[in-house]
Design a protein around this ligand. Structure first.
Ligand SMILES: [Zn+2]
Ligand SMILES: [Zn+2]
Length: 144
């Protein structure tokens, strides 16, 4: 499973781009690196704030946006109400739990899923990303 680059690597990359690396940003790098996949900005903020109470949500957003612009993470909207940040920037599918909002990656091929070439849309497919909605393993075991 791909993870975000190490805090040391990200620090070097930010500096190479002429971006300032503050202790706050380094705390965000650490939180991302340790994170399970697909955190929201709020999740990252909560994690970092426990160690660094003065950090602002704005700083978290800025850093996440910079990382997205650098192609280190992808920002994805999976219909859960908030943008999720994904360390896997290659096309893949997602399993979204309707009950707890958990998001898992799914790497699988669906060869039949495509826009027919003679389709009237004349659409050239570059990537296919499918969102499956349902209940995750944990939620499926809870009584409704
Ligand atoms: Zn769930
Ligand atoms: Zn993903």
């Amino acid at each position: 499973m791909p993870t975000v680059r190490s805090p040391t690597e990200l620090t070097a990359m930010f500096r190479a781009q002429g971006l300032k690396v503050t202790p706050q940003r380094q705390a965000i790098f650490r939180a991302l690196h340790a994170s399970s996949v697909h955190p929201t900005a709020d999740t990252v903020y909560d994690t970092v704030r426990s160690a660094m109470p003065t950090i602002s949500l704005r700083t978290v957003y800025q850093t996440l946006n910079d990382l997205t612009a650098m192609g280190e993470i992808a920002s994805v909207d999976l219909g859960t109400g908030s943008t999720r940040f994904d360390p896997d920037t290659a096309p893949h599918h997602h399993l979204v739990c309707n009950d707890c909002g958990r998001i898992d990656d799914l790497h699988a091929d669906f060869p039949g899923v495509t826009v027919p070439v003679d389709d009237e849309h004349g659409f050239e497919v570059a990537a296919t990303e499918i969102v499956f909605r349902g209940r995750c393993r944990v939620c499926a075991q809870l009584p409704r």
